[in-house]
Write a protein that binds this ligand. Structure first.
Ligand code: SAM
Length: 188
């Protein structure tokens, strides 16, 4: 219900009417190989579905924080995951929040951002800040909905990933997610 309310307020930014399923959340965390990571950033946690799974897999010594642009979702993720650090900030500010935590780069970025609804300049700006914030060999994982591939922004996003990263792969489709989708896993 909380998700649906935020969707009605800002449909383009929220992009979904319910949060990702447990199966999708577990898949993205599993594919990140989190126990080998030392600095993990999550973008767009919403109500904390991925955050909960990340916290259950990440080493307690690892630096982990989230950036969420919607204040209601910041509160909701903090309520669901009291151990998570959630900043009310845009994903474009990753560098600023890494610096605030005395880091220049991280080795894993996990995103729930609505890529297929973003215009090309914002897609490129966000992908640049993600790429520039990753160590060499660092990984970027993001959910994508299959409906996105029907439209130019979703197809353009896939092309951008392919051009920018040295490796890019896609998981199987999770049909049980409310909008069926899959995970892109990219290596710098
Ligand atoms: C489709 S929801 C995904 C939420 C959650 N990860 C999940 O899968 O259930 C997209 C989320 O991205 C957030 N978001 C959109 N643009 C953002 C931006 N530029 N920076 C940070 N968060 C953003 C929205 O507020 C929303 O929480």
């Amino acid at each position: 219900m909380k998700f649906f309310k935020q969707f009605l307020k800002s449909p383009k930014e929220t992009a979904a009417v319910v949060s990702s399923s447990k199966e999708m959340s577990k898949l993205i965390a599993d594919m990140a190989d989190l126990n080998s990571k030392r600095c993990v950033v999550e973008l767009g946690p919403g109500t904390g579905a991925f955050t909960e799974e990340i916290l259950s897999q990440v080493d307690p010594e690892t630096l982990f924080f989230c950036l969420e642009i919607n204040r209601e979702f910041v509160s909701e993720t903090k309520r669901r995951c009291p151990d998570a650090t959630v900043y009310h900030a845009s994903a474009t500010d990753i560098g600023k929040y890494l610096a605030k935590n005395n880091r220049q780069r991280c080795d894993c970025i996990i995103s729930g951002l609505p890529w297929a609804l973003l215009d090309s300049s914002l897609q490129e700006e966000l992908l640049d800040s993600i790429y520039n914030s990753l160590d060499e060999g660092g990984v970027f994982l993001t959910i994508a909905h299959i409906t996105g591939l029907l439209f130019p922004p979703g197809r353009r996003f896939q092309k951008l990933l392919d051009m920018k990263f040295s490796e890019m792969s896609r998981s199987n489709i999770i049909w049980g997610n409310v909008l069926p989708g899959f995970i892109y896993r990219c290596t710098k």
